[in-house]
Ligand binder design. Structure first.
Ligand code: DAH
Length: 331
């Protein structure tokens, strides 16, 4: 056993910051064990005269060692907890930062694409959000006879005797013409409702885009109508698909046509169109001898299904985020 002063000197030399776990174990063993230096001195002190001085030194030495051990532990704890903190912060931080941008619904994307194409051709976008319509605007003004099949309950959702969920956006033509004078060059859109059995290819709610051009312009003709639609198809699909015009019937156009696209080995009807029937112009108090009109109705879901190659119309309305987030904003 050395002079206690030497032990004190040695202990004082120890730098807490550099101390390692094995040094601490050694310290404990050397000084604090049953046969450690502190105990040896405590035994020795009994036989010493100047107990006070040695006692102080022993206490000092012991407290110094305990201090080292205690502080080493808290330093260690701090180190570890700061490590943990850092880790948690790290993940948390990045997770928080990785905000995913939402995406537009494919129907909105296609709708906007089509609207943009017609805006370039100087059509004015107008909004008419009312989805409840009366049967005058939905049918009568548009020259549907009282006995037209689509008036019947199985096709139309009636709310009461006179009001219904609009079955097409063509009613907006009437609403607009009644409050505006020609020339008119508008595009509009909205949800429409039909009491159909839901299946892969039909739903009881869908979206339409409606285009109306009324003017006394001599160029306003079937050729003009056809050119407009060709322009739309080329801008949407390039020359990827064959398409055809087919003579058809709508009460509010004469002549009337439908446009089919050849997709998936089938002709799919996507557009109805025609020259506005003179009776419609008459119904809204336009001079039908002076003015001519053309109108186009576009089925947005059908086009979106072809554009994105979607096989089931119901996908659009499931709100499954895995489906929805595939569609990128690329207008
Ligand atoms: N409204 C028709 C429908 O729902 C589509 C349509 C056909 C709109 C001819 C038009 C048109 O503007 O001229 O099936």
């Amino acid at each position: 056993m050395k002079n206690i002063n030497k032990y004190i000197l040695n202990i004082n030399k120890i730098n807490l910051k550099e101390i390692k776990k094995k040094d601490i174990l050694k310290l404990k063993k050397k000084y604090l064990n049953k046969n450690g230096i502190i105990n040896l001195y405590l035994k020795k002190i009994k036989f010493i005269k100047n107990k006070k001085e040695l006692g102080k030194k022993i206490n000092y030495l012991k407290s110094k060692i305990l201090y080292l051990i205690k502080n080493y532990k808290s330093i260690l704890k701090n180190k570890e907890s700061s490590k943990i903190k850092y880790k948690i912060n790290y993940d948390f931080f990045f997770k928080k930062k990785k905000k995913t941008l939402g995406s537009l619904h494919p129907i909105s994307l296609i709708k906007q694409k089509i609207i943009n194409i017609f805006k370039k051709l100087n059509f004015n976008l107008i909004f008419y959000k009312r989805e409840i319509e009366d049967d005058y605007h939905n049918f009568d003004y548009l020259n549907f006879s009282k006995y037209h099949p689509s008036r019947q309950m199985q096709d139309t959702y009636y709310i009461n005797k006179k009001d219904l969920l609009r079955t097409h956006t063509s009613s907006i033509q009437i609403r607009y013409m009644k409050t505006h004078k020609p020339p008119i060059r508008i595009i509009t859109f909205g949800k429409v409702y039909r009491n159909e059995t839901i299946s892969k290819s039909s739903y009881n709610m869908f979206h339409q885009i409606e285009i109306l051009y009324v003017d006394k312009d001599e160029f306003l003709s079937i050729i003009y109508l056809k050119n407009l639609i060709n322009y739309l198809i080329i801008n949407l699909f390039g020359s990827k698909y064959k398409y055809r015009y087919r003579i058809s019937y709508f009460p509010f156009t004469k002549p009337s046509f439908e446009l089919d696209i050849y997709y998936n080995f089938k002709w799919v009807e996507i557009i109805g169109c025609g020259m506005v029937h003179y009776k419609i112009l008459k119904n809204v108090n336009y001079n039908y001898l002076k003015y001519k009109g053309l109108a186009i109705g576009i089925g947005v879901e059908r086009i979106a299904m072809i554009y994105y190659n979607i096989k089931d119309i119901r996908e659009f309305f499931k709100n499954d985020i895995r489906f929805l987030k595939q569609f990128k904003y690329e207008l």
